[in-house]
Design a protein around this ligand. Sequence first.
Ligand SMILES: C[S@@+](CC[C@H](N)C(=O)[O-])C[C@H]1O[C@@H](n2cnc3c(N)ncnc32)[C@H](O)[C@@H]1O
Length: 342
Amino acid sequence: MTALQEKHAKLPLDEKFYALEGKELAFFQEQTGIKDEAELKQHIISVQTKAYEVFEYRCIRSFGFTRLKISRLPAYQEALKLAQQRPGALFLDIGCCFGNDVRKIVADGWPVENAIASDLHQEFWNYGHELFRSTPTTFPATFIGGDAFDSAFLAPRKPFYSPEEPAPLTQPLRSLTSLTPLRGHMSTIHASSFFHLFDEPQQLELARRLATLLSASPGSMIFGVHGGRPEKGLRTEALNSAGKYMFCHSPETWRDLWDGVVFKKGTVKVECGLHPMERPDLPAAPEAKFYGLWCSAACAGSMKGFQRLLAKLCAAYHLSTCHKKKEKDWSVALRTRRDDYT
Ligand SMILES: C[S@@+](CC[C@H](N)C(=O)[O-])C[C@H]1O[C@@H](n2cnc3c(N)ncnc32)[C@H](O)[C@@H]1O
Protein backbone atom coordinates (compact mmCIF):
# COMPACT_ATOMS: atom_id res chain seq x y z
CA MET A 1 0.00 0.00 0.00
CA THR A 2 1.34 3.44 -0.92
CA ALA A 3 1.62 6.29 1.59
CA LEU A 4 -1.38 7.93 -0.12
CA GLN A 5 -3.42 4.77 0.27
CA GLU A 6 -2.40 4.51 3.94
CA LYS A 7 -3.62 8.06 4.48
CA HIS A 8 -6.94 7.69 2.72
CA ALA A 9 -8.10 4.09 2.90
CA LYS A 10 -9.09 3.56 6.52
CA LEU A 11 -10.38 6.77 8.00
CA PRO A 12 -11.42 6.85 11.65
CA LEU A 13 -14.96 7.82 12.55
CA ASP A 14 -15.41 11.42 13.61
CA GLU A 15 -18.63 12.79 15.08
CA LYS A 16 -17.88 16.27 13.77
CA PHE A 17 -19.53 15.14 10.54
CA TYR A 18 -22.81 14.60 12.38
CA ALA A 19 -25.12 17.52 11.64
CA LEU A 20 -28.83 16.80 11.60
CA GLU A 21 -30.94 19.85 10.99
CA GLY A 22 -34.47 20.78 10.00
CA LYS A 23 -36.14 18.07 7.96
CA GLU A 24 -33.42 15.52 8.67
CA LEU A 25 -33.79 15.93 12.41
CA ALA A 26 -37.57 15.82 12.17
CA PHE A 27 -37.40 12.68 10.01
CA PHE A 28 -35.13 10.83 12.41
CA GLN A 29 -37.08 11.96 15.46
CA GLU A 30 -40.30 10.81 13.86
CA GLN A 31 -38.91 7.49 12.60
CA THR A 32 -37.01 6.52 15.74
CA GLY A 33 -39.35 8.02 18.30
CA ILE A 34 -36.31 9.63 19.96
CA LYS A 35 -37.12 13.29 20.44
CA ASP A 36 -34.12 14.30 22.56
CA GLU A 37 -31.40 15.53 20.19
CA ALA A 38 -28.44 14.39 22.30
CA GLU A 39 -29.97 10.95 22.77
CA LEU A 40 -30.73 10.71 19.05
CA LYS A 41 -27.14 11.63 18.20
CA GLN A 42 -25.74 8.95 20.49
CA HIS A 43 -28.16 6.40 19.06
CA ILE A 44 -27.21 7.19 15.45
CA ILE A 45 -23.50 7.18 16.23
CA SER A 46 -23.73 3.86 18.02
CA VAL A 47 -25.36 2.17 15.00
CA GLN A 48 -22.97 3.96 12.62
CA THR A 49 -20.01 2.61 14.59
CA LYS A 50 -21.22 -0.97 14.32
CA ALA A 51 -22.03 -0.64 10.62
CA TYR A 52 -18.59 0.83 9.91
CA GLU A 53 -17.14 -2.46 11.10
CA VAL A 54 -19.00 -4.27 8.30
CA PHE A 55 -17.41 -2.08 5.65
CA GLU A 56 -15.90 1.38 5.85
CA TYR A 57 -18.09 3.13 3.32
CA ARG A 58 -17.54 6.88 3.09
CA CYS A 59 -21.30 7.46 3.20
CA ILE A 60 -21.44 5.73 6.59
CA ARG A 61 -18.52 7.73 7.95
CA SER A 62 -19.89 11.05 6.66
CA PHE A 63 -23.44 10.35 7.93
CA GLY A 64 -24.60 10.43 4.32
CA PHE A 65 -27.46 8.18 5.40
CA THR A 66 -28.98 11.04 7.41
CA ARG A 67 -29.26 13.49 4.53
CA LEU A 68 -32.57 12.43 2.92
CA LYS A 69 -30.81 12.77 -0.40
CA ILE A 70 -33.31 10.76 -2.41
CA SER A 71 -35.87 13.48 -1.76
CA ARG A 72 -33.50 16.14 -3.12
CA LEU A 73 -33.03 14.47 -6.48
CA PRO A 74 -34.73 16.10 -9.47
CA ALA A 75 -36.67 12.95 -10.33
CA TYR A 76 -38.05 12.37 -6.83
CA GLN A 77 -41.45 14.04 -7.12
CA GLU A 78 -41.98 12.42 -10.50
CA ALA A 79 -41.07 9.05 -9.03
CA LEU A 80 -43.48 9.54 -6.16
CA LYS A 81 -46.32 10.33 -8.54
CA LEU A 82 -45.98 6.86 -10.06
CA ALA A 83 -47.21 5.37 -6.80
CA GLN A 84 -50.49 7.22 -7.28
CA GLN A 85 -50.74 6.89 -11.04
CA ARG A 86 -49.91 3.20 -11.37
CA PRO A 87 -51.67 0.78 -9.03
CA GLY A 88 -49.20 -1.73 -7.63
CA ALA A 89 -46.14 0.19 -8.89
CA LEU A 90 -42.96 -1.29 -7.43
CA PHE A 91 -40.02 0.72 -6.06
CA LEU A 92 -36.53 -0.75 -5.66
CA ASP A 93 -33.63 0.81 -3.76
CA ILE A 94 -30.51 -1.06 -4.84
CA GLY A 95 -27.37 -0.80 -2.69
CA CYS A 96 -29.75 0.36 0.04
CA CYS A 97 -27.42 0.09 3.05
CA PHE A 98 -29.58 0.99 6.11
CA GLY A 99 -32.64 1.55 3.92
CA ASN A 100 -32.86 5.23 4.78
CA ASP A 101 -33.95 6.17 1.26
CA VAL A 102 -36.65 3.54 1.03
CA ARG A 103 -37.91 4.71 4.42
CA LYS A 104 -38.04 8.28 3.16
CA ILE A 105 -40.06 7.44 0.04
CA VAL A 106 -42.42 5.28 2.11
CA ALA A 107 -42.84 8.15 4.59
CA ASP A 108 -43.68 10.37 1.63
CA GLY A 109 -46.37 8.07 0.32
CA TRP A 110 -44.97 5.04 -1.51
CA PRO A 111 -46.92 2.00 -0.22
CA VAL A 112 -44.55 -0.01 1.95
CA GLU A 113 -45.92 -3.28 0.58
CA ASN A 114 -44.65 -2.23 -2.86
CA ALA A 115 -41.23 -1.11 -1.66
CA ILE A 116 -38.18 -3.33 -2.12
CA ALA A 117 -34.63 -2.84 -0.91
CA SER A 118 -31.57 -4.82 -1.89
CA ASP A 119 -27.98 -4.89 -0.72
CA LEU A 120 -24.97 -7.15 -0.68
CA HIS A 121 -24.84 -6.94 3.12
CA GLN A 122 -27.88 -8.12 5.05
CA GLU A 123 -26.16 -6.66 8.13
CA PHE A 124 -26.72 -3.11 6.88
CA TRP A 125 -30.46 -3.75 6.49
CA ASN A 126 -30.55 -5.26 9.98
CA TYR A 127 -28.70 -2.22 11.34
CA GLY A 128 -31.32 -0.14 9.54
CA HIS A 129 -34.00 -1.71 11.72
CA GLU A 130 -31.86 -0.92 14.75
CA LEU A 131 -31.22 2.62 13.52
CA PHE A 132 -34.90 3.33 12.92
CA ARG A 133 -36.08 1.19 15.83
CA SER A 134 -38.30 -0.87 13.58
CA THR A 135 -38.87 -4.56 12.92
CA PRO A 136 -39.85 -6.42 9.74
CA THR A 137 -43.41 -6.21 11.09
CA THR A 138 -43.48 -2.49 11.81
CA PHE A 139 -41.60 -1.65 8.59
CA PRO A 140 -42.60 -4.46 6.22
CA ALA A 141 -40.68 -3.39 3.10
CA THR A 142 -39.21 -6.36 1.27
CA PHE A 143 -35.46 -6.85 1.61
CA ILE A 144 -33.73 -9.12 -0.90
CA GLY A 145 -30.06 -9.57 -0.11
CA GLY A 146 -27.51 -10.41 -2.77
CA ASP A 147 -24.79 -9.33 -5.16
CA ALA A 148 -26.15 -7.30 -8.06
CA PHE A 149 -23.37 -8.78 -10.23
CA ASP A 150 -24.25 -12.37 -9.42
CA SER A 151 -26.17 -13.94 -12.30
CA ALA A 152 -27.81 -16.36 -9.89
CA PHE A 153 -29.24 -13.29 -8.13
CA LEU A 154 -29.99 -11.12 -11.15
CA ALA A 155 -29.85 -13.06 -14.39
CA PRO A 156 -28.70 -10.96 -17.35
CA ARG A 157 -30.94 -10.35 -20.37
CA LYS A 158 -31.75 -7.48 -22.69
CA PRO A 159 -33.92 -4.62 -21.41
CA PHE A 160 -37.68 -4.77 -21.83
CA TYR A 161 -39.19 -2.48 -24.42
CA SER A 162 -42.77 -3.70 -24.27
CA PRO A 163 -44.82 -3.80 -21.04
CA GLU A 164 -46.37 -7.11 -22.12
CA GLU A 165 -43.08 -8.96 -22.30
CA PRO A 166 -42.15 -9.86 -18.68
CA ALA A 167 -43.46 -13.03 -17.12
CA PRO A 168 -46.23 -12.21 -14.61
CA LEU A 169 -45.02 -11.82 -11.05
CA THR A 170 -46.80 -14.63 -9.26
CA GLN A 171 -44.81 -14.92 -6.03
CA PRO A 172 -45.42 -12.63 -3.06
CA LEU A 173 -42.56 -10.10 -2.84
CA ARG A 174 -41.65 -11.25 0.65
CA SER A 175 -40.92 -14.76 -0.61
CA LEU A 176 -38.39 -13.66 -3.26
CA THR A 177 -34.78 -14.68 -2.77
CA SER A 178 -33.41 -13.07 -5.93
CA LEU A 179 -34.11 -10.07 -8.15
CA THR A 180 -34.50 -12.14 -11.32
CA PRO A 181 -38.32 -12.56 -11.06
CA LEU A 182 -38.56 -8.74 -10.84
CA ARG A 183 -37.04 -8.18 -14.29
CA GLY A 184 -39.32 -5.89 -16.27
CA HIS A 185 -41.51 -5.14 -13.23
CA MET A 186 -39.88 -2.17 -11.52
CA SER A 187 -41.61 1.17 -12.00
CA THR A 188 -38.88 3.03 -10.13
CA ILE A 189 -35.33 2.07 -9.30
CA HIS A 190 -33.17 4.22 -7.07
CA ALA A 191 -29.39 3.68 -7.05
CA SER A 192 -27.29 6.20 -5.14
CA SER A 193 -23.61 6.16 -4.15
CA PHE A 194 -23.60 2.74 -5.75
CA PHE A 195 -22.27 2.93 -9.32
CA HIS A 196 -19.15 4.79 -8.18
CA LEU A 197 -18.00 1.81 -6.13
CA PHE A 198 -17.08 0.09 -9.38
CA ASP A 199 -14.67 0.53 -12.27
CA GLU A 200 -15.72 1.45 -15.79
CA PRO A 201 -16.53 -2.03 -17.15
CA GLN A 202 -18.37 -2.89 -13.94
CA GLN A 203 -20.44 0.31 -14.10
CA LEU A 204 -21.55 -0.69 -17.59
CA GLU A 205 -22.31 -4.20 -16.42
CA LEU A 206 -24.31 -2.84 -13.47
CA ALA A 207 -26.25 -0.46 -15.73
CA ARG A 208 -27.12 -3.34 -18.06
CA ARG A 209 -28.32 -5.44 -15.14
CA LEU A 210 -30.43 -2.69 -13.56
CA ALA A 211 -31.93 -1.86 -16.94
CA THR A 212 -33.37 -5.38 -17.13
CA LEU A 213 -35.40 -4.71 -13.99
CA LEU A 214 -37.12 -1.64 -15.38
CA SER A 215 -40.70 -1.87 -16.56
CA ALA A 216 -41.32 -0.60 -20.08
CA SER A 217 -44.58 1.03 -19.00
CA PRO A 218 -44.66 4.79 -19.72
CA GLY A 219 -42.98 6.83 -17.01
CA SER A 220 -40.90 4.03 -15.46
CA MET A 221 -37.67 5.49 -14.19
CA ILE A 222 -34.28 4.77 -12.71
CA PHE A 223 -32.62 7.56 -10.78
CA GLY A 224 -29.93 8.28 -8.26
CA VAL A 225 -26.66 10.09 -7.66
CA HIS A 226 -23.06 8.97 -7.79
CA GLY A 227 -19.55 10.17 -8.46
CA GLY A 228 -18.76 11.77 -11.77
CA ARG A 229 -16.39 14.27 -13.38
CA PRO A 230 -16.52 16.83 -16.19
CA GLU A 231 -14.37 14.43 -18.18
CA LYS A 232 -14.55 10.75 -17.52
CA GLY A 233 -11.64 9.25 -15.64
CA LEU A 234 -10.28 8.45 -12.24
CA ARG A 235 -10.90 10.73 -9.29
CA THR A 236 -7.29 11.02 -8.29
CA GLU A 237 -7.86 13.67 -5.62
CA ALA A 238 -8.97 11.10 -3.04
CA LEU A 239 -9.22 7.37 -2.63
CA ASN A 240 -12.50 5.58 -2.17
CA SER A 241 -13.43 3.31 0.71
CA ALA A 242 -11.69 0.39 -0.98
CA GLY A 243 -8.45 2.40 -1.13
CA LYS A 244 -8.75 2.91 -4.88
CA TYR A 245 -9.33 5.85 -7.17
CA MET A 246 -12.99 6.14 -8.03
CA PHE A 247 -13.88 5.81 -11.71
CA CYS A 248 -16.19 8.62 -12.77
CA HIS A 249 -18.21 9.07 -15.92
CA SER A 250 -18.76 12.54 -17.33
CA PRO A 251 -22.30 13.67 -18.13
CA GLU A 252 -21.59 13.00 -21.80
CA THR A 253 -20.20 9.50 -21.37
CA TRP A 254 -22.92 8.66 -18.86
CA ARG A 255 -25.55 9.76 -21.36
CA ASP A 256 -23.92 7.76 -24.14
CA LEU A 257 -23.76 4.70 -21.94
CA TRP A 258 -27.53 4.66 -21.38
CA ASP A 259 -28.55 5.93 -24.78
CA GLY A 260 -27.13 3.50 -27.29
CA VAL A 261 -25.21 1.00 -25.18
CA VAL A 262 -27.54 -0.09 -22.37
CA PHE A 263 -30.75 0.83 -24.22
CA LYS A 264 -31.13 0.99 -27.99
CA LYS A 265 -30.05 4.34 -29.35
CA GLY A 266 -32.92 6.80 -29.45
CA THR A 267 -35.09 4.94 -26.97
CA VAL A 268 -33.62 6.88 -24.05
CA LYS A 269 -32.97 10.56 -23.42
CA VAL A 270 -30.35 11.48 -20.86
CA GLU A 271 -30.01 14.90 -19.16
CA CYS A 272 -27.07 15.79 -16.94
CA GLY A 273 -26.10 18.82 -14.83
CA LEU A 274 -23.27 19.87 -12.55
CA HIS A 275 -23.48 20.21 -8.79
CA PRO A 276 -20.69 21.61 -6.61
CA MET A 277 -20.19 19.59 -3.49
CA GLU A 278 -18.15 19.91 -0.33
CA ARG A 279 -16.33 16.86 0.99
CA PRO A 280 -14.84 17.83 4.33
CA ASP A 281 -14.76 14.14 5.21
CA LEU A 282 -12.12 13.39 2.58
CA PRO A 283 -8.48 14.21 3.25
CA ALA A 284 -7.34 16.76 0.70
CA ALA A 285 -4.65 19.32 0.10
CA PRO A 286 -5.49 22.71 1.70
CA GLU A 287 -5.79 24.37 -1.70
CA ALA A 288 -7.95 21.61 -3.08
CA LYS A 289 -11.47 22.52 -4.06
CA PHE A 290 -14.20 19.97 -4.28
CA TYR A 291 -17.13 20.10 -6.60
CA GLY A 292 -20.02 17.86 -7.21
CA LEU A 293 -21.85 17.37 -10.43
CA TRP A 294 -25.38 16.18 -10.57
CA CYS A 295 -26.46 14.61 -13.77
CA SER A 296 -30.07 14.05 -14.51
CA ALA A 297 -30.52 11.75 -17.45
CA ALA A 298 -34.03 11.42 -18.75
CA CYS A 299 -34.55 8.53 -21.05
CA ALA A 300 -37.56 8.89 -23.26
CA GLY A 301 -38.12 6.88 -26.35
CA SER A 302 -40.48 4.57 -28.08
CA MET A 303 -40.11 1.16 -29.53
CA LYS A 304 -42.12 0.63 -32.69
CA GLY A 305 -43.78 3.93 -31.89
CA PHE A 306 -45.91 2.46 -29.10
CA GLN A 307 -43.99 2.48 -25.83
CA ARG A 308 -42.43 5.39 -24.07
CA LEU A 309 -39.76 4.89 -21.46
CA LEU A 310 -38.58 7.53 -19.03
CA ALA A 311 -35.60 7.21 -16.76
CA LYS A 312 -33.70 9.71 -14.71
CA LEU A 313 -30.20 9.20 -13.55
CA CYS A 314 -27.96 11.46 -11.58
CA ALA A 315 -24.25 11.61 -11.07
CA ALA A 316 -21.99 13.59 -8.82
CA TYR A 317 -18.33 14.38 -9.17
CA HIS A 318 -15.67 16.27 -7.40
CA LEU A 319 -12.25 17.54 -8.49
CA SER A 320 -9.42 18.83 -6.43
CA THR A 321 -8.36 21.74 -8.56
CA CYS A 322 -10.54 24.04 -10.54
CA HIS A 323 -9.79 26.43 -13.33
CA LYS A 324 -11.03 29.97 -12.58
CA LYS A 325 -13.46 29.93 -15.48
CA LYS A 326 -14.95 26.71 -14.27
CA GLU A 327 -15.22 28.11 -10.75
CA LYS A 328 -17.31 30.91 -12.15
CA ASP A 329 -19.42 28.51 -14.14
CA TRP A 330 -20.13 26.26 -11.21
CA SER A 331 -20.77 29.07 -8.75
CA VAL A 332 -24.24 29.50 -10.21
CA ALA A 333 -25.09 26.05 -9.02
CA LEU A 334 -23.19 26.21 -5.76
CA ARG A 335 -25.13 24.88 -2.82
CA THR A 336 -24.30 24.39 0.79
CA ARG A 337 -23.48 20.97 2.11
CA ARG A 338 -26.97 20.70 3.54
CA ASP A 339 -28.34 20.78 0.03
CA ASP A 340 -25.91 18.28 -1.42
CA TYR A 341 -27.34 15.26 -3.13
CA THR A 342 -24.66 13.03 -1.68
C1 LIG B 1 -21.81 3.65 -0.38
S1 LIG B 1 -23.16 2.69 0.11
C2 LIG B 1 -24.54 3.64 -0.47
C3 LIG B 1 -25.75 3.43 0.34
C4 LIG B 1 -26.99 4.23 -0.07
N1 LIG B 1 -27.46 3.85 -1.38
C5 LIG B 1 -26.73 5.72 -0.03
O1 LIG B 1 -26.91 6.37 -1.04
O2 LIG B 1 -26.39 6.24 1.03
C6 LIG B 1 -23.09 1.40 -1.08
C7 LIG B 1 -23.98 0.22 -0.75
O3 LIG B 1 -23.92 -0.70 -1.84
C8 LIG B 1 -23.84 -2.01 -1.32
N2 LIG B 1 -23.16 -2.86 -2.31
C9 LIG B 1 -21.85 -2.86 -2.61
N3 LIG B 1 -21.60 -3.76 -3.57
C10 LIG B 1 -22.77 -4.34 -3.87
C11 LIG B 1 -23.17 -5.34 -4.79
N4 LIG B 1 -22.28 -5.94 -5.58
N5 LIG B 1 -24.48 -5.69 -4.85
C12 LIG B 1 -25.38 -5.08 -4.05
N6 LIG B 1 -25.07 -4.11 -3.16
C13 LIG B 1 -23.78 -3.76 -3.07
C14 LIG B 1 -23.05 -1.86 -0.04
O4 LIG B 1 -23.24 -2.93 0.85
C15 LIG B 1 -23.57 -0.53 0.49
O5 LIG B 1 -24.66 -0.68 1.34
